[in-house]
Ligand binder design. Structure first.
Ligand SMILES: Cc1cc2nc3c(=O)[nH]c(=O)nc-3n(C[C@H](O)[C@H](O)[C@H](O)COP(=O)(O)OP(=O)(O)OC[C@H]3O[C@@H](n4cnc5c(N)ncnc54)[C@H](O)[C@@H]3O)c2cc1C
Length: 379
């Protein structure tokens, strides 16, 4: 994949593209479109990185391990290179490379499978026992774990506020909410505007306009005070357990560890939700944290929040162009952020009729596996 962050010389006429939804996927799509010479208008009711969407917060896990799924692994590697480009462009390291630890439980083969797959592909991964883990991360407790050495943390609260002015400076027009959308026009408070292509990246709001097989689910989050770990917090890896679905993301920036569960929760929607976290969930989150960092068993809760996954039944994304030409990117569930620059490239190529760098059949809006029951398995 060739990738540059310099604008091409203007060619006439430039394709006029609307992007509806300015979360990380819409933002990165707008960036790729602009870099490919398109004239871009981005619609969103909220300034980028704010509002009730999914692209908020201080911590998003980056990992390459995906069990034996070599396609997602290859995509994570491609995305990692693109995050490096954006790091260079903005003169800051966007991926805090702490590693990602996949805790292994008796009878759960997924951690070992991830380790085997990474090693088979020549990628840096280790399998470590209790003492070695505690040696590398003092205070961290687990009997056995796979370590994805390419893993780490991306920070939406750092990335989106950089992306937004970058887009504005390069001539992307920001407009408010789309009131109605078709493949050729977008209606907003400013009137109806015609476009050559419309890209829909509206996350949990996608179904306002398209009948896509996707479920929006309510995900509870608890942020624990981890300031007592001092400098150890900065080096602490993201850690998770596939079987229980629980994961923890340390963010030294705000002295916290976020604990949540990756399995899809009950159906819901960001609009109108009270964002309250049930005490039972908080207790389970604390239990998970205490199991692996016993010294935080009494840690103060600094924040409780509810975020929403937009998930499909097979937990894969939808990246497709509809029969009428509209380009759709949605269903990024709880693991899309890491892929965002690659998704942006993919949707931009689709909008401009260019070949894709990733296999698109898997992400078709018409694949049979989208018609199944919503899977409860984390990916
Ligand atoms: C709790 C949680 C934890 C996660 N953890 C991880 C992780 O560790 N690692 C990882 O890789 N991924 C993770 N993800 C997934 C990742 O954050 C999402 O996949 C990603 O942010 C989705 O981006 P998006 O742009 O598709 O959606 P959003 O960010 O929701 O963007 C959709 C946008 O559409 C806008 N919109 C709404 N109505 C309109 C309208 N009428 N007109 C125009 N625009 C409109 C909204 O304002 C919003 O900005 C997590 C997600 C959640 C919720």
């Amino acid at each position: 994949m060739t990738y540059t962050t310099s604008l091409p010389k203007p060619s006439k006429p430039m394709p006029r593209v609307a992007v509806v939804g300015g979360g990380i996927m819409g933002g990165m799509t707008a960036a790729s479109l602009r870099l490919k010479g398109a004239d871009v208008t981005l619609f969103d009711p909220h300034p980028m990185g704010t509002g009730p969407g999914a692209s908020i917060d201080t911590g998003r896990s980056f990992r390459v391990h995906y069990g034996q799924d070599e396609t997602l692994m290859a995509m994570a590697l491609q995305a990692r290179r693109l995050w490096e480009h954006w790091s260079q462009e903005w003169g800051t390291n966007l991926l805090h490379g702490t590693s990602k630890v996949l805790v292994e439980k008796a009878g759960d083969a997924s951690a070992k499978e991830s380790w085997k797959a990474m090693r088979r592909l020549g990628l840096p991964a280790d399998r470590r026992g209790r003492e070695e883990l505690a040696h590398e991360w003092p205070g961290f407790v687990a009997d056995m774990a796979t370590i994805d050495r390419l893993g780490g943390v991306l920070d939406p609260s750092d990335i989106l506020p950089r992306l937004s002015p970058w887009l504005q400076k390069r001539g992307v027009r920001f407009k408010g909410a789309a009131l109605d959308v078709s493949s050729q026009w977008v209606a907003s408070a400013e009137g109806k505007e015609m476009f050559d292509v419309v890209v829909l990246t509206a996350g949990a709001w996608t179904q306002q306009w398209l009948d896509v097989p996707m479920d929006v689910t309510r995900q509870e989050l608890v942020y624990f005070d981890a300031g007592s770990l001092g400098s150890r917090l900065d080096a602490l890896p993201v850690f998770s357990n596939m079987a229980s679905g629980f994961y923890a993301i340390p963010t030294a920036k705000d002295g916290r560890i976020k604990v949540a569960n990756h399995h899809p929760g009950p159906s819901g929607h960001p609009d109108g939700d009270d964002r309250q976290v049930a005490p039972e969930f908080e207790a389970r989150a604390r239990q998970f944290l205490s199991l692996h960092l016993p010294e935080l068993s009494e840690a103060r809760v600094m924040r409780r929040y509810v975020c929403f996954y937009s998930g499909t039944s097979d937990r894969d994304f939808i990246l497709d162009q509809m029969d009428d030409g509209m380009v759709l990117g949605c269903g990024f569930s709880g693991h899309g952020f890491k892929f965002a620059p690659l998704i942006g490239e993919t949707l931009a190529n689709m909008a401009l009729g260019r070949p894709s760098d990733i296999p698109l059949d898997r992400f078709s809006a018409h694949r049979p596996s989208l018609r199944g029951e919503l899977s409860k398995l984390a990916v």
